[in-house]
Design a protein around this ligand. Structure first.
Ligand SMILES: Nc1ncnc2c1ncn2[C@@H]1O[C@H](COP(=O)(O)OP(=O)(O)OP(=O)(O)O)[C@@H](O)[C@H]1O
Length: 282
C-alpha cells in the first residue's frame, strides 16, 4: 500500500498497479490538449498517459493551471486532443455521451425552476433512457441514496450547498454512467461540509462501487477520496507520478504515514518551483 509508481516504472502494458489481464475502462494515451485564442496557443497538458479501471476512485492532482479540468473536459468529450487518444471501453471518445456524467463545483449546476426530483429526472428523460414513470422511480431511489427523500419536491434555492451537491451526484448516478467525472465538486463548500461530502461519497462508493475520475488540487482530499492519484506537473501538465492510496480515510489524516505521503506529494508538486528559487538565490 501507499507505494509511488513513477510513470517510467509502469510495465510495458502501462497497467501500473492493476492486474495485467484487466482491460482499462478509460485509457488516456499521450494526450496533448491545447486552446487556441486570438493571440496565443495555450498548451494545457502535454502527452499525458493514464488508465482507469472499473470501480477505481482515480484522482487528478496538481497545481492550478496544470490542466486537470481540461483533461476532465477531454474525457467528457468537450475538448478534442491535438495529439494522443482517449478510449472508454475500447471505443474512441469523440464527443459527450450519457456514459460519462459530470459533477461540477456547487454553483449554478441545477436549474432553479425544477424541483429536486425534476432535476434528477431531467437527464433520464432528455436522453430517452427512461419513460416518465421509470425516471420518477429511478430519481426517487437515487435521491434516497443521498439522503434527500424529504426534499424531493423542493426547489434548489431552499437547499444548502452540500445538499445541492448531493442532488447533482444523485442526478449523475441516476444515469448509471460508466464513469463519473467530478471537477473539484466540493471546493466551494465550507471545510466541515466538504469533509461530510467526502465521507458520503466514500459511503456511496462502498454501496455502489462506481468508477470515478475526480479532480482536486487538495493533497488531503486526493488521499482521502482516491484509490489512485495521478500527480501532474505545473503548466503545461505532464505526469510526474502515480500513487496508490487505497485505505486512507479521515481517521488516517493525522497519522505519520498519511502525513509522510502528503509531504512527499507536496515536495513532488513543488520541486520545480523550489529549484527555480534556489537558482535565483545562487
Ligand atoms: N477556454 C480556455 N481558453 C484558453 N485557455 C484556457 C481555457 N481553459 C483553460 N485554459 C488554460 O489551460 C491551462 C489549463 O487550465 P485548466 O483549467 O485545465 O487547469 P486546472 O489544473 O484545472 O486549473 P484550476 O485548478 O485552477 O482549475 C491554463 O493555462 C488555462 O489558462
Amino acid at each position: 500500500m501507499n507505494a509511488f509508481t513513477h510513470p517510467a516504472s509502469l510495465d510495458t502494458d502501462g497497467v501500473g498497479t492493476a492486474s495485467v489481464s484487466e482491460r482499462p475502462l478509460l485509457d488516456v494515451s499521450g494526450v496533448t490538449l491545447q486552446y487556441k485564442t486570438r493571440r496565443h496557443l495555450v498548451t494545457a497538458t502535454y502527452r499525458v498517459d493514464f488508465q482507469v479501471f472499473q470501480a477505481e476512485r482515480y484522482v487528478l492532482l496538481g497545481p492550478s493551471g496544470c490542466g486537470k479540468s481540461s483533461l476532465l473536459k477531454a474525457v467528457g468529450g468537450f475538448l478534442a486532443p491535438v495529439e494522443g487518444a482517449i478510449r472508454l471501453n475500447g471505443r474512441s471518445v469523440t464527443g459527450p455521451g450519457p456514459d460519462r456524467m459530470m459533477v461540477f463545483q456547487e454553483f449554478d449546476q441545477l436549474p432553479p425552476w425544477k424541483t429536486v426530483k425534476q432535476n434528477v429526472m431531467f437527464p433520464l428523460l432528455a436522453s430517452g433512457k427512461a419513460s416518465r414513470r421509470e425516471a420518477e422511480e429511478k430519481a426517487l431511489d437515487c435521491i434516497a441514496r443521498v439522503n434527500l427523500s424529504k426534499f424531493a419536491d423542493v426547489h434548489p434555492h431552499m437547499l444548502s450547498g452540500g445538499m445541492k451537491q448531493r442532488v447533482a451526484i444523485a442526478r449523475a448516478m441516476a444515469m448509471e454512467p460508466d464513469i463519473l467525472l467530478m471537477d473539484e465538486p466540493f471546493a466551494a463548500l465550507d471545510a466541515l461540509t466538504r469533509r461530510k461530502m467526502q465521507e458520503e461519497l466514500l459511503q456511496l462508493w462502498d454501496d455502489l462501487r462506481f468508477t470515478v475520475l475526480f479532480v482536486t488540487h487538495s493533497i488531503e482530499e486526493a488521499l482521502v477520496v482516491g484509490s489512485r492519484i495521478l500527480v501532474l506537473s505545473p503548466h503545461p501538465g505532464q505526469v510526474k507520478a502515480e500513487l496508490n492510496c487505497e485505505g486512507y480515510d479521515h481517521f488516517a489524516v493525522g497519522s505519520p504515514a498519511f502525513q509522510d505521503t502528503a509531504q512527499r506529494i507536496h515536495t513532488m508538486l513543488f520541486a520545480d518551483e523550489v529549484e527555480t528559487v534556489k537558482g535565483l538565490s545562487s
